[in-house]
Design a protein around this ligand. Structure first.
Ligand code: KIV
Ligand code: NA
Length: 264
C-alpha cells in the first residue's frame, strides 16, 4: 500500500472504494493496523475513556493527544494519521491553530474537531495555514452533557436538517473529511451523496464512504456497555492483524456494518 493522503481518500470516494479507519493510541497497534490494510488511523480523544478509564472525553488534554499521536506516528509509514483536538482546545481560530500545530508537530497529518457551522472560520483558518481538517457531526461526545447522554442524533426532521446544513458548511469552509457518528442510516446516506468529501461513519449505517471503529470495540476489549454499532472482529479470527484485515475487507465489500449495527 502506498502512502495514503487526503487526495487518495477523495479518489477512493470517487472510485466508490470504501475507506477503513480505526483508532490506535500506540505504535504497536498502529503498525499492525496499517499492515492489516487500514487506510487511516485516528488518535481519538476516546482515549480518555478506553485508556484513562474516564466516563467521557472531557478531561483529555492537548498534551495527552500529542503524546499518543507521537506514539502512533512512530509506528506508521503509510496510513493517514488523524488526531482529535480535545474538548475546549478550539474555542476560537487562534487557539485551534496553536493546538493543531502541536498535534501536527507530533506527527498528525490532519486534525479532527467536533461541531458544525460555528466552526467554519476555524476550519478555513486551519486549512489556509496548512492543516487539513476532518469534521465530526451527529453524536459528538465532547457535547455529551448538552445531549444528556450518548444517544442517536438526527432522528427528528429539524435536527437532521441542521446536521445537513452543518455538513455543507464544513465542506464549504475547507474540511477534507467528515465523521458522522450515531445517526440514522438514511441521513448518513443522504449526506454522503450530497458532499464531495469522503464521509466516514460510525453507527451511521452502510452507505457512508468509509467506516471507523474504536480499536477496543473491534477487538472485543470493551466490557460493560458495548454500543450496538460495533463488532468484535477478533472473535472469528485468531490474531489481531487477521481481525483488523477482516474489518477492512468487510468494509470494502459492504459486509460491515450490517443492519444489526445500524439505526434504521
Ligand atoms: O475519539 C474517537 O475515537 C472518535 C471516533 C469514535 C470517531 O472520535
Ligand atoms: Na473523538
Amino acid at each position: 500500500m502506498s502512502k495514503i493522503t487526503t487526495a487518495r481518500l477523495l479518489a477512493m470516494k470517487q472510485d466508490q472504494q470504501k475507506i477503513a479507519m480505526i483508532t490506535a493510541y500506540d505504535a504497536s497497534f498502529a503498525k499492525l493496523f496499517e499492515q492489516a490494510g487500514a487506510h487511516a488511523i485516528l488518535i481519538g480523544d476516546s482515549l480518555g475513556m478506553v485508556l484513562q478509564g474516564e466516563n467521557s472525553t472531557l478531561k483529555v488534554t492537548v498534551e495527552d493527544m500529542a503524546y499518543h499521536t507521537r506514539c502512533v506516528a512512530n509506528g506508521c509509514e503509510q496510513a493517514l494519521i488523524v488526531a482529535d483536538l480535545p474538548f475546549m482546545s478550539y474555542s476560537n481560530p487562534e487557539q485551534a491553530c496553536a493546538n493543531a500545530a502541536t498535534l501536527m508537530r507530533a506527527g498528525a497529518h490532519m486534525v479532527k474537531l467536533e461541531g458544525g457551522d460555528w466552526l467554519a472560520d476555524t476550519v478555513t483558518q486551519l486549512t489556509r495555514q496548512g492543516i487539513p481538517v476532518c469534521g465530526h457531526l451527529g453524536l459528538t461526545p465532547q457535547s455529551v452533557h448538552v445531549f444528556g447522554g450518548f444517544k442517536l442524533q438526527g432522528r427528528a426532521v429539524e435536527q437532521a436538517e441542521q446536521i445537513k446544513r452543518d455538513a455543507q458548511a464544513l465542506e464549504a469552509a475547507g474540511a477534507q473529511l467528515l465523521v458522522l457518528e450515531c445517526v440514522p442510516s438514511s441521513l448518513a446516506r443522504e449526506i454522503s451523496q450530497m458532499l464531495t468529501i469522503p464521509v466516514i461513519g460510525i453507527g451511521a449505517g452502510p452507505d457512508t464512504d468509509g467506516q471507523v471503529l474504536v480499536m477496543q470495540d473491534a477487538l472485543g476489549l470493551t466490557t460493560g456497555y458495548v454500543p450496538k454499532f460495533t463488532k468484535n472482529f477478533l472473535a472469528e479470527h485468531g490474531e489481531v492483524q487477521a481481525a483488523i484485515a477482516a474489518y477492512v475487507t468487510d468494509v470494502a465489500e459492504g459486509r460491515f456494518p450490517g443492519s444489526e449495527h445500524s439505526f434504521n
